[in-house]
Design a protein around this ligand. Structure first.
Ligand code: COA
Length: 156
């Protein structure tokens, strides 16, 4: 990360700025997606940080808190997306976005932060110290962090 780059939560009105990043990740980026983006960026159960460089959006992440388990009360959050523009990679931005998501999850009392990595991203997560479980999809290994301590239902 350079001194001009920073991580902050995305704003609902930033759809146009983040659209090229979402399109590179793939999927439907239509009007319905714009509405989902507006809802997600205003939802307390979601966290969508962006990496910005001056006025440019150069990366984003997205995680969702699924809430407490019915019987145990343990909260599980899932990291859905982590993306950095190709031209900006290997500069610490992915690490900073992941750290922000991890801190968000831990800060709200989540017990499990889970994600599945694309094959190409596995070395990145391994560089951060995480080892994926190849089940159930060997080509998309499953990762999980279990946070220590009493994580039962601090929010609701
Ligand atoms: C995965 C991704 C987010 C990493 O972003 P990044 O900004 O390049 O990551 P960083 O610069 O913080 O990398 C941290 C470390 O991992 C290493 N690393 C990153 N990507 C790597 C790769 N593909 N292979 C090997 N090492 C890699 C970096 O060199 C760096 O090592 P260092 O600490 O020795 O300098 C980025 O490559 C990306 O957007 N990929 C496409 C989307 C994707 O696959 N997302 C993950 C979905 S689960």
């Amino acid at each position: 990360m350079t001194s001009e780059q920073r991580i902050r939560p995305a704003k609902p009105e930033e759809w146009e700025a983040i659209l090229p990043l979402l399109q590179t990740m793939g999927g439907q980026c239509d009007e319905a997606a714009r509405q989902r983006f507006a809802r997600i960026t205003q939802s307390d159960d979601h966290y969508l940080p962006v990496a910005v460089d001056d006025s440019h959006h150069i990366g984003y992440g997205w995680a969702q808190d699924y809430g407490p388990h019915l019987r145990t009360g343990d909260r599980t959050a899932r990291l859905h997306d982590l993306f950095v523009l190709t031209s900006q990679r290997k500069g610490g931005i992915g690490t900073a976005l992941f750290a922000a998501i991890r801190a968000w999850a831990e800060g709200r009392g989540v017990r499990y932060l889970e994600w599945q990595a694309s094959h190409a991203a596995v070395p990145f997560y391994e560089r951060l110290g995480y080892t994926g479980d190849p089940c159930p999809q060997p080509e998309y290994p499953f990762f999980e962090i279990e946070f220590p301590g009493d994580c039962g239902e601090p929010l609701r």
